[in-house]
Design a binder for this molecule. Structure first.
Ligand code: NDP
Length: 292
């Protein structure tokens, strides 16, 4: 039987609606809506589209969106100064620095300038450390979205074997830690992993965050598994450009119980979780409970 397709668009849209309602209630209670600031350095066309989409989604959720744009020639000190000014500004609840930054800027240093209480991408050392320690912090958006999608299929993740292919700071590592926090038994696989197909076949929850089109073949998927495909790869096929994931979707859906499509699976959850984090940050900064 063919797998259930996990409708990330619908799940993200329901989450955004709920966050929107809570953001409006927050605005009434506190006199102003939560505010997200996005810092964009340079004129990378894809980044401009992402920033525009984030701004629109933020406003649609009843929050304030501001953009700080710097030229590609901006120095690391100049970008850091913008971040520090946003840290100091009490009207700003969340700060996001759009990646990639120009090559002459050390992204890690700039991210670490962000006040951890406003770090809605969850990428500062402080928030990464809090995730590792299992204490309260802001969690990275894409991995958080993956856990929500997994829970849309399985009420309880406890005891399930999760295999995460990819160990980046942005996706693979935090996703592994979030699944561990759900009491999954987690295997982290990467480019040096031996017997990757066999390891994938052991997964009740198989997560692919690699960036290689259709690396995960259909028969690497255990029958009845939940497959979360985080990869977004642009390929040319039959003379047309299209997006595909890291999983061979057509083959995998014949074995999985549920699977995310690309596009329309994990992708939409990232922005929804960014909005959720902005509301969480705004609430915590005022000492009140954030969204569930
Ligand atoms: P990175 O390039 O930072 O990391 C890729 C990871 O995959 C590395 O850990 C690497 O291993 C591993 N890897 C590479 N080749 C193989 C292989 N042949 N077998 C096993 N593991 C391998 O990528 P990101 O984590 O940033 O992104 C991964 C994918 O997710 C990309 O397609 C990206 O576009 C997408 N993405 C999607 C998002 C969304 O919103 N849906 C958000 C963010 C990313 P090693 O560490 O050994 O080099």
């Amino acid at each position: 039987m063919s797998a259930r397709i996990i409708d990330g668009k619908a799940i993200a849209s329901a989450l955004r609606e709920r966050i929107g309602e809570e953001a409006r209630a927050f605005a009434k209670a506190h006199g102003a809506p939560p505010c997200l600031a996005v810092v964009l350095v340079g004129d990378d066309p894809a980044s401009q589209v992402y920033v525009r989409n984030k701004g629109r989604a933020t406003r649609e959720s009843g929050m304030i969106s501001i953009e700080k744009r710097l030229p590609a020639s901006a120095s690391e000190a100049e970008v850091a100064a913008v971040v520090r000014a946003l840290n100091e500004d009490p009207s700003i609840d969340g700060i996001l620095v759009q990646m990639p930054l120009p090559v002459h800027i050390d992204a890690h240093s700039v991210i670490n300038e962000i006040d951890p209480a406003k770090d809605v991408d969850g990428l500062t050392e402080t928030n990464a450390g809090r995730l590792l320690l299992g204490v309260q912090g802001l969690r990275p958006c894409t991995p958080e979205g993956c856990v929500i999608l997994a829970k849309s299929v399985r009420d309880r993740l406890e005891g399930l074997r999760a295999v995460v292919v990819g160990r980046s700071i942005l996706v693979g590592k935090p996703l592994s830690l979030l699944l561990l926090a759900e009491n999954c038994t987690v295997v982290m696989a990467h480019s040096k992993t031996r017997d990757l197909p066999e390891i994938c076949r052991s997964a009740d929850i198989l997560c692919a965050a690699v960036g290689r089109p259709r690396l995960i073949e259909g028969d690497w998927v255990k029958k009845g598994a939940v497959v979360l495909d985080i990869g977004i790869n642009r390929v040319e096929e039959d003379g047309a450009a299209r997006l595909v994931g890291d999983v061979d979707f057509e083959a995998a859906k014949e074995r999985a119980e549920a699977i995310t499509p690309v596009p329309g699976g994990v992708g939409p959850m990232t922005i929804a979780c960014l909005l959720r984090n902005t509301l969480i940050a705004a609430a915590r900064r005022r000492g009140v409970r954030g969204p569930a």
